[in-house]
Design a protein around this ligand. Sequence first.
Ligand code: NFE
Ligand code: MG
Length: 592
Amino acid sequence: MSKKHIVIDPITRIEGHLRIEAVIDENNTIVDAYSASTMFRGIETILKGRDPRDCGLLAMRICGVCTGTHYQRSIEAVEDAFNITIPKNARIVRNLIQGSLYVQDHLVHFYHLHALDFVDVVSALSADPAKTAEEARKWAGVAGVTPYTDGPSEFKEIQDRVAKFVKQGRLGIFGNGYWGNKHYKLTPEQNLIGVAHYLKALDIQRDLAKMQAIFGGKNPHPQSIVVGGVTCVQDIENPARIALFNQLLADGTKFIKQAYLPDVYMAGTMYADEALDSKATFTELMQGKGVGGTGGGLLNFMSYGDFRLDDTGFYHSALLFPSGIVYDGDISKVQDVEHEKISEDVTHAWYEGDKPLHPYDGQTIPKYTGLDKRSDGIAYLKTDEKYSWIKSPIYNDTRVEVGPLARMVVGVARKDERITRYVMDFLKRGNLPVSVLFSTIGRTAARAVETLIMADALVEWSNELAANAAAGDLRTWTEFDFDKVSMNTKGVGLAEAPRGSLGHWVRIANGLVTNYQAVVPSTWNAGPRDYKGRMGAYEASLIGTKVADPNQPLEIIRTIHSFDPCIACAVHVVDTKGKELGVYKIDTQCSI
Ligand code: NFE
Ligand code: MG
């Protein structure tokens, strides 16, 4: 029997425009996969010729989701270039803004972008509310808490609301799911828990977003970070602002502990067979033999490290997330990350260039070569040539995965006490083996564990800030004389964004930016094949996945969503002339 070609374009419930092409064999198993950004934008080019002190505000416009993270990386790159150290209050405030972004972003991802890959909304209509309450208590019990939503009446009320939508034929946000697909594995009661928390999370995430605005001034796109420190002096001085932050955090943390974590245990357990369907044993996985479960992928994990816990210096401080790289899923070894080993390749990306370049020397010169001629009414990607607007980042001549799973794997490999404790506690409570992590489910679970780590760390940091201010230290900015700093210099900001490792590189001559490159988490994960034909993380994660129904590629979407794609970030070049760059067929089902 011949192979079939599945095209999903666009992938929905992500940021930006992503197309996935997958080839399945006669058993509906994916044997080949391609990830393509179909969107073309441009910030790096806009930054050329600018005052370096303005970079942060402009670079942040790369994205509307992880805005503050680009802002901070960009400011750090300029601080690195000018050799500026920021005061303690600025370090803590930046951690608070970034940490708030993590908890909000991860929560939105799990419920609003990813949960419906596991939760069948229509099935929730046949749930028994009393049994649902019992089920919620069971999963909360696994997490060692009481359930966030307690009592049958609340579940009944939510069920009635959804039933009303359905009756009127207005499924709205729930309109286009693959409801009824046999790879949905939750019971009706479990599905009702998922739907209930989906709706509640809409309110919770709004309040978590407010936390970013307390010290950031506004959200999205905060504005209180400047080269040398932060500007939110009043908010640091005023105990009521810190108290408000703590209150919003406490309310959000309640939901994280009593709904998010229990729901991840529920999904993780019900879908554990997929996570563990690898033929390899854990020992073999640890030795780099065999692949992980469904969605495992590259098994090379990188973290630049982030969230400084002290003031000993940018590259010297203890970090919440350690830096390192783990190859082949072998957590017995971890290597240091050296940014000199990073390059971007454009062999299969719509840019000019003939060899991988380090970001200091990176180029962004578009070269669109189009899609293939139509066959069966569809223009496929020219996968032997160029096929994406995303470049292919390479570390030390290896393709790597970045993100929450990478941070947890590197943290455990580094024997970081805090990360190991949270990860092991999660696995022990869920009665899950470590190998469950190397999969789609593992990626999703790692993000939940990270959210919990962050929520707890934020309490420590806000207390640290309050204590520092109460002790009389109100310094927020390190004064520097722009006319006296080196005008011919370069700098890098390397840290972690919610979706993974993020670097901004700036070159400055005569006081102005001469080159600017950002290599972004979704670029690492969503990049196409490289000059050696090696797959990117999305592509590799799809290989071996069995699709229940090729007309409903639920499994592909589930695995791709587990990375939380942000394609706005991954591609950041604008065609200012507004010319048509390609014609894409929009087919929210799938085309074979
Ligand atoms: Ni546009 Fe981002 C994050 C960054 S992208 S959301 O997190 O940096 O991968
Ligand atoms: Mg870039």
